[in-house]
Design a protein around this ligand. Structure first.
Ligand SMILES: NC(=O)c1ccc[n+]([C@@H]2O[C@H](COP(=O)([O-])OP(=O)(O)OC[C@H]3O[C@@H](n4cnc5c(N)ncnc54)[C@H](OP(=O)(O)O)[C@@H]3O)[C@@H](O)[C@H]2O)c1
Length: 246
């Protein structure tokens, strides 16, 4: 059997890069999207130098048209998408009484509507082929809420509602749909938080440290093999013990 094809959105980011590396290492053929071609090609060269070959396809996941074109490009370059990791995401933090409509919309479009935009063009093929793996990268803050993140927490909680509905609709077609909810990981997204705030965050994590991107990639990879076929509709928390609810 030829290696399965995995599309990782936001693969050039902190967590996405670790997911691409781990999936490539596990023998999958890996693709990701880009918006800025120059930066993406540079990233691709850097990955190649580290022995990790990742195919690039242009696409803004906030756009349904671009997402469909991106999926079709990956299909042309590598073949049908067997595994989709909905990882692309942004923050536009501010308290709700100060939040502008564009800050709300950008986060919902990029973090939640994107999940529709990218999953819709792959789901029919997965159903026809009777095999698929879909993993959403949500967040601890979609589980517990977070001061200054009404937009982000709403989008991330919405991802899990999507997961558990899609899991039910597609279980009979050999498709599993799961969510990974990372806690605070030492990527640019978290390092952009002021140091004093970061120290307060770390103080709340029982392991006493931020997580690493590869610890999230490991959780994602757990859902992908044939042996994981019975695990669907799950939300896997990977947060150093910071939150132990649903
Ligand atoms: N870091 C954490 O502690 C943490 C914790 C919980 C959950 N998460 C979630 O994990 C995921 C990855 O986070 P990260 O820390 O790796 O973030 P990151 O380093 O900022 O990477 C984000 C990635 O998403 C891409 N992206 C953003 N908007 C996009 C759009 N409209 N269309 C296509 N691609 C887009 C970025 O591409 P560009 O370079 O083109 O912008 C980049 O590749 C996110 O969903 C985030 O919410 C992160």
């Amino acid at each position: 059997m030829t290696a399965r094809v995995a599309l990782v959105t936001g693969g050039t980011g902190g967590i996405g890069t670790a997911i691409c590396k781990r999936l490539h290492g596990a023998g999958y053929r890996v693709a990701t999207n880009y918006r800025d071609e120059g930066r993406a090609r540079e990233w691709q060269e850097h990955m190649r130098a580290a022995g990790c070959d990742v195919t690039l396809a242009r696409g803004d996941v906030a756009s349904a048209e671009q997402s469909e074109a991106m999926v079709r490009q990956v299909e042309r370059d590598l073949g049908p998408v067997d595994i989709l990791i909905n990882n692309a995401g942004i923050t536009r933090d501010t308290t709700f009484h100060r939040m502008r409509a564009d800050q709300w919309r950008e986060v919902i479009d990029t973090n939640l509507n994107s999940v529709f935009n990218v999953t819709r063009p792959v789901i029919e093929g997965m159903r026809e082929r009777q095999w698929g793996r879909i993993v959403q990268i949500s967040s601890i803050n979609g589980q517990k809420g977070q001061y200054g993140q009404a937009n982000y927490a709403a989008a991330k909680a919405g991802m899990h509602g999507f997961t558990i509905s899609l899991a039910q609709e597609n279980a009979r077609f050999g498709i599993t749909v799961n969510t990974v909810s990372p806690g605070y990981i030492g990527t640019d997204m978290v390092m952009a938080v002021p140091e004093a705030v970061r120290e307060k965050i770390v103080a709340q994590i029982p392991t006493g440290r931020l997580g690493t991107p590869d610890e999230i990639a490991y959780a994602v990879a757990f859902f992908l093999p044939d042996e994981a076929a019975w695990i669907t509709g799950a939300n896997l928390s990977a947060n150093g013990g910071q939150y132990m609810g649903w």
